[in-house]
Design a protein around this ligand. Structure first.
Ligand code: F6R
Length: 607
């Protein structure tokens, strides 16, 4: 999603802004731009595509000035080209924007009637003209910005700069995050603390409805009525974080390989391996007295939640209502007073997930946030933060955050089952022991990389792929399909293996590889029947299983990938790794932009 950086500084800011924008690349974008003010004049460079293109533009035509705003744009209104790239200008006003101005069409018509000409297809340009019109009518810059902000509906983060004041940037937040960075005689604005990390770790997060006047030596935050408000200044943990691929080709590859370690950290946070029990940290509810829980999330995080549902229901006998957040937020779901709600999000900023959280907040139930970014909005608005300790995830396709989300959900399911008396102390010890072994199983799974790379070479020749699984392997099949389509652009579907004959079997022919995720568990034989149905129709099977499964599969496979024998409870965490590697290597063979696939954003701050 779009990224914003703004600096009121003391040295030339254009290169600093581009450098900070690079730290926001992980959010996904398709064009970029920077504007500065020098000697009372606005200057701007913009470029379609990656930041190297903007870098090149700046090398050919450098921009001076010690105040500036920069932007990476993820297109919502208008194609990703140079004209639509931010910053947008209007008569001495420059603007960058993340989000959607919902009433832009109405405002555009009004501004056109007043003679303003639009040069882009964006919703953002209306804001530049609105501010410029206020200035033309005699308002001072800060008032002009405030008056314009009051006209806007929708979700936005904005930074506004003026040619007539080289010591002023106005920022605003209503939805997507925006943080103020405090420097020595210089001040910053950024979409997150990671962007500002090279400059400062002293951060103030704006809250929804806040706007801020930033000058080199001071800043003041206001609410929409113009009242001064105080927000806490905090030390960000992001400063020590270096964006680095190590010796890997891609962040995604590095992040896949980090999993044994980060899963271990995450599990140890929630489980006492010595005692063989879930840690008894304070929760704002008692699992024993809940009648159900609600879970909501988007994409991969939703699929983690769906696996969590299987665990909570099977082991803790606790019913789970789960929905993708874009549906959850509008469906007017009845929320039981005896429930708790969990929101799963790597970024902690996903707009739909945040809206679902706020819906549950209104319903008055306790809220837990399973998030990777602890300083995020979802974390801040929850009653308890249940962190995934995956470390920063830069690859747009989620890998280590997913397995860490699963780790938190598995540990919570153990805690819930123990509190509700649905497992005995011996069973709890056995479940905790199984989880403690996951980092080792994950390390063994990574050793299959060579074989998976070969299978992926074959997969890259097909246009469609089907994934099948039963039980917790069904959401995992959907995750496999999601991962493959988002980074390799090969069409893929994940199905419950038992649903095959209710439709998708019509797709099976020699051109349809079918990836079956089937450890030798209670229902393995059922999945074997489904594989036979595929094989009988010429489908090419890639089976991901364990030794016993391989020995008992009784069907011809194109390839069988044999994972270590793992307890059924933890299998989805371990089986996620070959699924991720398959997608990764297929994308590498396809030659796509693995870490920043087209059209995708890491942090989806618009609905
Ligand atoms: C897929 C992927 C997305 C995210 C989704 C939610 O690999 O990364 O589907 O899972 O956009 O994002 P978060 O977890 O930040 O709420």
């Amino acid at each position: 999603m779009c990224g914003i950086v703004a600096i009121v500084g003391k040295s030339p800011v254009a290169p600093l802004i581009v450098d900070a924008l690079k730290r926001l690349e992980y959010r996904g974008y398709d064009s970029a731009g920077v504007a500065t003010v020098e000697h009372g004049k606005l200057g701007r460079r913009r470029a379609e595509g990656k930041l190297v293109n903007l870098d090149r533009r700046l090398k050919d035509e450098p921009l001076g000035g010690t105040i500036g705003i920069g932007h990476t744009r993820w297109a919502t209104h208008g194609v990703p080209n140079e004209t639509n790239a931010h910053p947008h200008f209007s008569d001495g006003v420059a603007i960058v924007h993340n989000g959607i101005i919902e009433n832009f069409a109405e405002l555009r018509d009004e501004l056109r009637r007043d003679g303003y000409e639009f040069t882009s297809q964006t919703d953002t340009e209306v804001v530049a003209h609105l501010v410029a019109r206020e200035l033309a009518q005699g308002a001072a810059p800060v008032d002009a910005a405030h008056n314009a902000l009051k006209r806007l509906q929708g979700a936005f983060a904005l930074a506004i700069m003026f040619s007539d004041d080289e010591d002023l940037i106005v920022g605003a937040r209503n939805g997507p995050p925006l943080a103020v960075g405090h420097g020595e005689g210089e001040m910053f604005l950024g979409s997150d603390a990671i962007a500002l990390a090279p400059f400062t770790n002293s951060i103030t997060y704006l809250e929804d409805g806040d706007w801020v006047v930033v000058r080199s030596n001071a800043m003041q935050i206001f609410d929409m009525d113009g009242n001064k408000v105080e927000r806490r200044r905090q030390q960000s943990l992001s400063t020590s974080f270096m964006v680095d691929k190590g010796n890997r080709r891609h962040f995604m590859e590095k992040e896949i390989h980090e999993q044994p370690e980060v899963i271990g950290h995450t599990l140890a946070h929630y489980l006492d391996f010595t005692k063989g029990a879930a840690r008894p940290f304070d929760l704002p509810f008692d699992f024993a007295s809940l009648d159900r829980i609600a879970i909501s999330a988007c994409g991969t995080a939703y699929l983690a939640g769906l696996i969590g549902k299987y665990w909570f229901e099977r082991y803790a006998r606790l019913p789970v209502d789960i929905d993708v957040a874009s549906e959850f937020r509008y469906r007017e779901i009845p929320i039981s007073k005896q429930s708790a709600a969990f929101f799963v999000s790597q970024s902690g900023e996903t707009a739909d997930t945040l809206a679902s959280l706020r819906y549950c907040r209104k319903a008055g139930v306790p809220i837990g946030a399973i998030v990777n970014v602890r300083e995020s909005t979802i974390a801040r608005e929850s009653d308890i933060v249940l962190p995934t300790l995956a470390g920063p995830e830069i690859g747009v396709a989620s890998t280590k955050a997913f397995t860490c989300q699963l780790s938190v959900l598995a540990a919570l399911a153990v805690r819930a089952a123990s509190a509700r008396g649905t497992i005995s102390p011996d069973q709890e010890r056995a479940m905790v022991r199984s989880l403690s072994e996951v980092p080792r199983f994950a390390t063994q799974a990574l050793k299959l990389e060579g074989q998976i790379e070969q299978v992926s070479r074959e997969l890259s020749h097909y246009r469609h792929v089907l994934y099948l699984g039963r039980d917790t392997n069904y959401p995992l099949a959907m995750e496999g399909a999601l991962k493959l389509k988002e980074i390799s652009y090969i069409h893929a579907e994940g199905y419950a293996a038992g649903e095959l004959k209710h439709g998708p079997i019509a797709l099976i022919d020699e051109q349809m590889p079918v990836i079956v995720i089937a450890p030798h568990d209670r229902i393995f034989e059922k999945t074997v029947s489904n594989m036979q149905e595929v094989a009988a129709r010429g489908g090419k099977i890639i089976l991901i299983t364990d030794r016993k499964g391989a020995a008992n599969a009784t069907v011809k496979t194109l390839e069988t990938i044999i994972l270590p024998d793992v307890p059924e409870f933890v299998a989805p965490i371990v089986y996620a790794l070959p699924i991720q590697m398959l997608a990764y290597y297929t994308a590498v063979f396809m030659g796509t932009d693995v870490d920043q696939p087209r059209n995708l954003a890491k942090s989806v701050t618009v609905e």
